[in-house]
Design a protein around this ligand. Structure first.
Ligand code: RIB
Ligand code: CA
Length: 315
């Protein structure tokens, strides 16, 4: 099997955790690295959480690099109310056996991409885009060398989740998102229009709980936490599971409908900071360099999660 080389940039985070369990269990990936960024919780915790999840999944073969601890310009802002103070819901933190890899996440992204064939390394970004923006600043030619950059981020028809008009990852570091989208990399955004269709219903969570592996139990535990918290805060019975979407698209693109577009980000207004202006009209935009996910086969995404987390070991 010709495996897809993949770097996952994330801020675990309960839905990041589900995405990681999917990626760790899917045999189709050559997982080159996990790079942690400050987001839902500070980067010291997101890096520790990535190491915890790696150990639970038995994937210490995948290096974890610590990355940016703050946005390019804005003040750090977390989302602990939706992820728990430690970032992984009800999971009790422990000190993982394996440490972070030496070196900064930004340099790891650059080195891994620039030393492999052009367009051969995909990047899944499921937190603020700070690490990628810093890597693009530091390495001329990185944007053209990268494979697809599948991003969980953005708000359009569904409106926002952190403000009326912005989704958290873009809102947390709007300047980074703007620089990434202007860089020329092949950005595919899975915003709330797509991820709000992927709901952790009671039936789907219960199905994961019958699998009996550590990966499946961990994914289900994260969803149970979100189910409880989002019922309390938002009044939803079935919380959206955002971050597996970019990974699911890399595994099975037919699960998503994408539309060519030009996406720009509001970076100045405090009222609409982080809003993603998604223009589908070439006559208006001039060029349509990005793609925006407009619909998702949620059953298909959950089938991938069940299959990957049920897999005993796939190194
Ligand atoms: O808006 C959802 C995104 O913000 C997800 O990546 C979640 O983990 C939080 O980071
Ligand atoms: Ca995330």
């Amino acid at each position: 099997m010709n495996r897809q080389s993949l770097i996952i940039d994330c801020d675990p985070g309960v839905d990041d955790a589900v995405a990681l369990m999917l990626a760790f269990g899917a045999g189709e990936f050559e997982l080159l690295a996990i790079t942690a960024v400050g987001g839902n919780v500070p980067v010291g915790k997101t890096a520790r959480n990535a190491r915890m999840l790696r150990q639970i999944a038995g994937r210490e073969d995948v290096p974890v690099f610590m990355g940016a601890d703050r946005p390019l310009r804005r003040e750090p802002a977390g989302a602990g109310e939706f992820h728990g103070a430690e970032g992984l819901g009800d999971l009790t933190p422990f000190e993982p056996d394996a440490p972070c890899a030496d070196g900064h996440a930004v340099d790891a992204i650059i080195d891994l991409v620039m030393t492999r064939p052009a367009r051969s390394v995909a990047l899944a970004v499921m937190g603020p885009m700070t690490n990628l923006a810093l890597a693009l600043r530091k390495a001329p030619g990185l944007a053209e060398r990268l494979g697809p950059v599948a991003v969980m981020g953005g708000a359009r028809s569904e409106g926002g989740n952190i403000t009326a008009s912005a989704e958290f990852n873009i809102w947390a570091d709007p300047d980074a998102a703007a620089e990434v989208l202007a860089s020329g990399c092949d950005a595919v955004l899975f915003g709330l229009d797509a991820t709000h269709q992927v709901r952790a219903t009671e039936q789907r969570i219960a199905a994961l709980e019958t699998i009996g592996t550590a990966k499946a139990e961990t994914a289900a535990s994260m969803m149970r936490f979100s189910q409880r918290i989002e019922r309390e805060i938002v009044g939803w019975d079935a919380p959206p599971v955002h971050d597996p979407c970019p990974v699911a698209w890399l595994l099975k693109p037919e699960l998503f409908e994408l539309a060519r577009c030009h996406i720009r980000v509001e970076t100045e207004s405090d009222l609409t900071r982080g809003h993603t202006a998604v223009e589908f009209r070439e006559a208006v935009a001039g060029t349509l360099p990005h793609r925006w996910a407009t619909s998702t086969d949620a059953d298909g995404v959950f089938a991938l999660i069940a299959a990957a987390t049920g897999a005993a070991g796939t190194i």
